[in-house]
Design a protein around this ligand. Structure first.
Ligand code: SF4
Length: 125
């Protein structure tokens, strides 16, 4: 099992995490020594793809449709073999919850509260 960690408990996110690239209209952040494979999409709505298990509750509860499913086919092998990610759990599907419209966030924190592996951190500007 990999190291179990939670983005929401990292006080250095988002301002202490370097920007690796821009994805659609949000940033992909990567912190050496913490990020392992995918990094974190979004800043105000940060989703740590190395923790996300794709259970989809954030997509269900978000009142303003911030998230899109981003397919990552490489996750299939982890599902087949039960390989865990940084959440300590194996992914449930081959996508991650991409905060494609984080600028629409109204900071209700429903996703942050409901995420079962604490992969999401909401930061009001
Ligand atoms: S905090 Fe609320 S509005 Fe913002 S992404 Fe999460 S569920 Fe959507």
């Amino acid at each position: 099992m990999g190291e179990v960690r939670k983005l929401i408990e990292d006080p250095t996110f988002p301002n202490g995490w370097p920007v690796k690239e821009t994805h659609i209209d949000h940033q992909l952040k990567w912190k050496d020594g913490v990020s392992k494979e995918y990094g974190v999409h979004g800043s105000a709505v940060g989703v740590d793809f190395d923790i996300c298990i794709a259970d989809g509750i954030c997509i269900t509860v978000c009142p303003v449709n911030v998230f899109d499913r981003m397919e990552l086919p490489g996750e299939q092998e982890k599902m087949d073999k039960g390989i865990t990610n940084d959440s300590g759990k194996a992914p449930l599907a081959t996508w991650k919850a991409d905060p494609a419209r984080e600028n629409d966030c109204i900071f209700c924190r429903a996703c942050e509260i409901q995420c079962p592996v604490q992969a999401i951190k909401i930061t009001e500007p």
